[in-house]
Design a protein around this ligand. Structure first.
Ligand code: TPP
Ligand code: MG
Length: 323
């Protein structure tokens, strides 16, 4: 059964989803205006997974994610300014302008790294989980990945070892039905990724990824289990990316009407509707929230545009660990 968040938790989740949605729409515009270089992978449509998970974490928990990770970073507490400056390669960005869209990282909020190599983030989270286990911190590690990544060797090795060592790690699959351009059924012989947990004696749970509170409920339960020393859980969140794989992909390979079906269960609309039904929000308040999110995004972009680029010498810093 889905646990509802307290009203403050719902307000926070809704605010974060709105800011994330609007920030990512803005990021696409900035790419087209050539203010952001490289590439970007938007998670528009996945916001419920990020905010639902973040609501179930506690200080000291660690997270690793993928190149599609803006929503995770914002849900964990990265500021819009730090993100936008990083996008533009500015010195005041989250990674001093050296990471960009695919490497949105900030260890101070528990985000150990976003990885462009499919599957690479799973073993890294295992290291964080092993640290928590050895030091008995009571913390957990969480790693996000796509359904495509569940066909990669690192996924299977990570689940196997995490199970044998009973590591406090949650494997959270954002199943958005597509890999880079292929529909899941062309590459994956199972309907649900969650069943793959059984091969490693790990519970596999299927969650409605559009429902932030359903995600929160599953992550909280799996987190409690991991904190109690009972080992990892594989959580599959069924979700959908509204855009293409990356910024130049218009996703012509999708079935006609598929996006429209998913839009009917948009994570922002779902939570908003639930709050309205429970008398916690009205349309005017929602419009105010949306306006505040728009203002925050515009402020972050304007601020980031004025920030300096890193000096050339910065090329030689942060290459090796300097303790
Ligand atoms: C090891 C490796 N193989 C291939 C790629 C190219 N690639 C980048 S994203 C991607 C698709 C991954 O799909 P999925 O795991 O479902 O994540 P999504 O992009 O849908 O979030 C591929 C094949 C890569 N970056 N790394
Ligand atoms: Mg995918």
């Amino acid at each position: 059964m889905t646990t509802t968040l307290p009203i403050e938790g719902r307000q926070q989740a809704l605010r974060l989803m709105l800011e994330t949605r609007l920030a990512e729409e803005k990021i696409q515009e900035l790419f087209l205006a050539n203010l952001i270089r490289g590439t970007t992978h938007l998670a528009i449509g996945h916001e419920g997974v990020a905010v639902g998970t973040a609501a179930a974490l506690i200080p000291g928990d660690k997270v690793t994610c993928t190149y599609r990770g803006h929503h995770h970073a914002l849900a964990l507490g990265m500021t819009l300014r730090a993100m936008m400056a990083e996008m533009m390669g500015k010195e005041t960005g989250a990674c001093k302008g050296k990471g960009g869209s695919m490497h949105m990282t900030d260890a101070s909020i528990g985000l150990l790294g976003a990885n462009a190599i499919v599957g690479a983030q799973l073993p890294i989270a295992m290291g964080a989980a092993l640290t928590a286990q050895v030091k008995k911190t009571g913390n957990i590690a969480v790693t996000f990945f796509g359904e495509g990544a569940s066909n990669i060797g690192a996924f299977h090795e990570a689940l196997n070892m995490a199970s044998v060592w009973k590591l406090p790690v949650l494997f959270i699959c954002e199943n958005n039905l597509y890999g880079e351009y292929s529909v899941w059924s062309k590459t994956t012989p199972v309907q649900d990724i969650a069943v793959r947990g059984a091969a490693y004696a790990i519970p596999g749970v299927i969650v409605d990824g559009q429902d932030a509170e359903a995600v929160y409920t599953a992550v909280k339960a799996a987190g409690d289990r991991a904190r109690a020393g009972e080992g990892p859980t594989l959580i599959e969140c069924k979700t959908y990316r509204y855009r293409g794989h990356s910024r130049t992909d218009t996703a012509p390979y999708r079935k006609a009407g598929e996006l429209d079906e998913w839009l009917k269960r948009d994570p922002i609309d779902l939570l908003k509707g639930r709050m309205i039904a429970d008398g916690q929000l009205d349309e005017v308040e929602f419009a105010e929230m949306r306006h505040a999110a728009e203002t925050a995004v515009v402020d972050a972009v304007d601020w980031a545009k004025d920030q300096p680029y890193p000096p050339v010498e910065a090329l030689y810093a942060d290459v090796y660990y300097e303790g």
